[in-house]
Structure formats: structure tokens, C-alpha cells
Design a protein around this ligand. Sequence first.
Ligand SMILES: *Cc1c(COP(=O)(O)O)cnc(C)c1O
Length: 714
Amino acid sequence: MGEGMDGPSKIQDKLKELARNLWWCWHGSVIDLFRELDPALWSEVGHNPVEFLQKLPADVLERRAAELALDSRIDFAFRRLSEYLKGEDSWGAVHATILRVRPVAYFSAEFGLHESLPIYSGGLGVLAGDHLKSASDLGVPLIGIGLLYNQGYFRQSLDADGWQRESYLDADVSKLPIEPALAPDGKPLRVAVETTAETLHARVWRVEVGRTTLLLLDANVPENSESDRTLTARLYGGDGRTRIRQELLLGVGGVRALRALGIRPSVLHLNEGHSAFAVVEKIREAMEETGLPFGEVLRDVARMTVFTTHTPVAAGHDRFPAELVEEHLGRIRTAVGLSHDDFMGLGRVYAQDHNETFCMTVLALKLSRYANGVSALHGVVSRRMWHPLYPGVQEEQVPIGHITNGVHVQTWIAPQMATLFHRHLGPNWPRRQRHAETWSAVHAIDDAELWETLQVLKARLIHFVRARLVAQARGRGEPDAAVERFAGVLDPGALTIGFARRFATYKRAGLVLRDIDRMAEIINDARRPVQFVFAGKAHPEDRYGKELIQHIVKTAWDDHFRKHVVFVEDYDMNVARHLVQGVDVWLNNPRRPQEASGTSGEKAVLNGTLNFSILDGWWAEAYDGSNGFAIGSGAVNASIQTQDERDHASLVEVLTHEVIPAFYDRDADGLPRGWIARQKNAFRSLAWKFNSDRMVMDYVRRSYAPAAGGVTCQ
Ligand SMILES: *Cc1c(COP(=O)(O)O)cnc(C)c1O
């Protein structure tokens, strides 16, 4: 072949274009292109197409593409991306016109877009990633602002004693799907933030996420001191001082980056309190521009600010001592004309209480006109929790509403399920996903066809888990004979329950194994076996969480459980995808009401995986008696011990009397008709609601549009 229009070099260029916009990561057909070109390499580079193309020699690429006749598919994918980027007939073009000139600036300390860009630790980040993707799909003008952690969170492995080990790899920025953001003068953009002692510097990267752009600040620049160069190396690493410096860069640096790029947002959306210093900087900027006094500018800036709180646990809110606040915000405080004490008051529930530290959530609540929790129940809890901030106001009138979290459907649905829906819900069903009518068509899906699809997904999961466990055991240096024992784990016919999330105490990962003898009976029932797949990371400083992991791992390695209980290392978006797509049941047993929303169960819904969960977070408003299973009645007890005991008893009761019988109740065709009916009820009653398109639309209608409409300051 020559070098003509459709020649091989063109193919490489097109693939490079595809690789540099994360749009590919929610389009399975594009992922297939990379995988098919070289499956081993695709896996070796951790599903990172930028690195993949760097490593695949051009002549090999050409040869493989020709052998597999991929040219026209690559062309097609490339054209689809171009059309997507141009797309004018979006929901946002009609409903978010007010944001067209001046977009929403969406701040978040983490973004979970794909496993190859490891700048997230858990649900908060994945939610932010899904928010960007839906904003892109809907055509809602929005720009994300975060930090580039070049070592990410951490990679988890287990040692021979089942203890979590953390490792940190330096990502090579040249292998990430990022490019320097350029200032109007064409040079790579730099931002600087002055503390009272020195100046922090950051470079700024751009990530293209469909039609949405994400800006990432990165402190690894020569202008910084040695220690500040690693300031943004790790997510949630380091002490309070590291933390406030990261948050200073995110908030203040983020606003300065937007300004330097000539972007004038009409809305500031703080996804959790970490970024609340953004509002202070915005006030400083507006005061400088308008010459108006603090109080007046504060009112205007608050009117354009939306704050989403995610934490119903009091200890989960960032708090900083006065000295750290003064050192880092002293300059800006002086610029806006506040005394140290008045500034501290902005971060205190009781402004005059000198013993109170500075809370980022309080700051965010005081500086925003639109505040929300992330599920109906979390709204109630947040109003109660922050009631003292609103003296003279009834608890129900506390101005914190709720917008329930949702997940990005095309990111989390298995391609096989998407194909099934394509056939039965109509070809452009993703664009109609937020309408209940779209999903009413699921009743027409043939039971056997649905069941067959789910068996394929389960087989895929089991294959994945076995390969992972074998690799893990090799990684620990176990001899071949010992490694072998993992090659036959999990039984494709057994009821398979998934439990994967951060090992935070309130999530009670150990609850299901509380009565180990009873669980052994259930698991090893020869006629109706049950098996568990666990995954999740404990925060490096969380000893208790690590002990829980060790307990589960030791159980999994015990001969009584070995075949039916497994722990998959290094939970990330890739592991999450396999699990939510491949298990029969998704277990979630937080201590109500501490799960603000939870989103992994929403991913499960899309894949026919039934939720089996405490009535907390999203499930408290989702469960209707026929679309999954509930643990407990929603009761809360003053004694944690009592609550745990009751929830455990209910878990075992519902598992043995409802979940297991329903799964194993087969008809003459071998199909569990009652189970399948529940799956269809779940698609119909839940999928249209708990997706991130619906969520972003709610934000536009209830917060963004009113906030943008109220903008008076520049
Ligand atoms: C979805 C997701 C989460 C959030 O799970 P919850 O059950 O809501 O805690 C955490 N981590 C990863 C990797 C995820 O994909």
C-alpha cells in the first residue's frame, strides 16, 4: 500500500486522534479496535491507547490492520468521533443555552474516567468522571478542574500473610492522554499561588473527554522546591499541610488557570468541599475588578456557586487548624480585607468559637447559594447535620436539597448487554436512556436470551478472576503447585455475589462473614452453592481496614472456602467493570445512614445484576419490593453493636429465604423465571432514573441554570 489518503500512515494518525480524546473509553467498538490489533500489548499497557500506539511499531500496526481488515472500522470510528464533536442537536443546545458563552466550572479533587488515568480513589472520583461524560453526551458546556497525581492513589497487592501492600508508580506524563494547556501567548500555561511564606507553582494539562475539557494542575515543575514538586504526586497522601496545599492549588490555582485561559465560568460547582477555596479566590478576583466591598461581592459569587456534599460522617469533612489556614490563605484574606478571625469564621459552624478548626464543608456551605446531598436520604441527613449553621431555620427548611447520583450508562454497561438493548429498545436507546418509556420495552426481551447473555458475562468474569488470582499468587512468589489452586476457583453454575468498594469502616466489609460457621454452611451447600468475589482497597493509614482485608483474604485462602470465596487485588475501574457485569448479586451493607449514595449498585442494575442491599443511599429510594432485595427495614439503632447484629441477622435471613431460593428456582427450561422477572423490574424501574444523564440534567435545571441566570459579577 502507498501513502495515499487511506494509506497506512493515515490509519496510525486516525488511531492517535482517537487515543487523545477519552471518548473512546465509553465506546466499546473503539476499544475493540485497539484490543484486536494486539491483545497482549493492550493488556500490558493497562488499556492505555497512547502508550499502546507508542509501543506498537508502525509496520506491525499496518500489517495487523490489513490482516484484520480494520481500515474501514477505524475510518468509521474516526468519523463518529468527528461527528460527535460537532454535534449540534444536543439536549444542552436547547436546555443549557445560558451556559453557552460561559460554561460551568466543575471542581473535583479526583476524576475517575478510566483505569489508564489513575487520578481517582473511589466513588467520588468515578462520579466526577461520569458527570463529565454525561455533560459531554448532553452537550452541556462544562469544564472540569482537578489535579494530576502522577503516582495516583496506590496499587494494591497482598503479601504472603494477606496484608495489603501499597506501591506507587511514577506515571510518565508522555504516556498519558494529556497535553499542556497553552496560554494565549502559545506557551504552556503556568499558574502561581502565593502563601505567606512562598509561591507555589503548577503547570496545567488538558484532557479531552468527548466535548468536555478537563484541566489538571500539576506541581511537578522546576520552579517549586524539591518537596513541593511532589505536592500533587499522590491522591489523599500526606498530612494536613500537604492536604491544604493541594486544596489551595485546586481551588485558587484552578480559578487562576481558567482566568489565564480566558474562560469566564457562569457557575462554580464544587464537587465536595476540597475545592472550596475557589470561591474565595473568585471573590478576590471580583473585588479587584469591580472595587465593590466584600459583602456585596460575596453575595454575587455565592449566587453562582453550587456545592455538592458527599459525606454524612462528621469525621469525613476536611478541617484545618488556624495556623495552616493563615499560612496558606493569609495573602488572599488580606486582599479581600478580612481579619484572620473573620476569615476563620467562614469555616466555623459557630463563627466566634475560637476552638473550632476551619472546615471546608462549612466554607462551601457559607459561600454557595445552591447546596445538595447525593440521595434523598442524604439530603435529610445533611439538613440535620448542618442545621446549626442556620439558626432560626427549621430543620426541614435548611437550604440543602438533594440530587441523587447516577452512573454513565455506556461506561458501565457490558457490550453484550448494550447489544441486547440495542435490539429491543431501539438503536438510539442511549440517547433516550432517561425516559421511563425507553425501558418499558425490556418486558419483550426473551427470558432465555437474557439469561444466556448473563451466563456469557459470568464466564468472562470467572476467567478474569482466575487469571488475576494466578498472577497475584505468582507475584507473591508462590510455587507453581500452590498457584495451581487458583486456576479452578468459582463455579459458573453457583450463585455469585460481588462485594467491592473502599474498605471504609462504615461499609462493613466483614459483615457477611460475621458468623463464619453459618456462612460456611451456606457457601458449601452442595445443591445450592453460593460464592463471593471481594475486592477493595483500605486507605494506607487505615489499620482496621487492612485487618478486615486480611481477615477476608485468610478466609478465601482457607481450604473450606477456597473454591467459593476470592479476593481480587487492586480494585480499580477495570475490576469494577468485570465485577458489576459478571456477578449475579451485588451486595452492599453499609451502616445506615452513612452511605451518602453509593453508585456501584447502579452500575450493577444496567447489567442485570440484582442489588442486595441495606436501605441506605440511593437504594433507600430505589427499592420497590420487586426490583432487588433489601437487608433490614431501614431502622437505625443508637448502639452500633445492635445495628450490626440486626443487619447481619437480616442479611442471612434474606439470603437464605429469598435470594438463594429465587436464584435456584428453575423451570423445565432451566430458567429462573422469578429471578429474571426481578431483573426486568430492575431495568424498568431503575435504569432511567439512576444514570448520570438524568443527574446532569437535574443539575442544569435545578442549580446551573438558576445560578448562571443570577450572575451579575464578571
Ligand atoms: C463505582 C466505583 C466505586 C464506588 O462504589 P460504591 O459502592 O458506591 O462505594 C468505587 N471504586 C471504583 C473503582 C468504582 O468503579
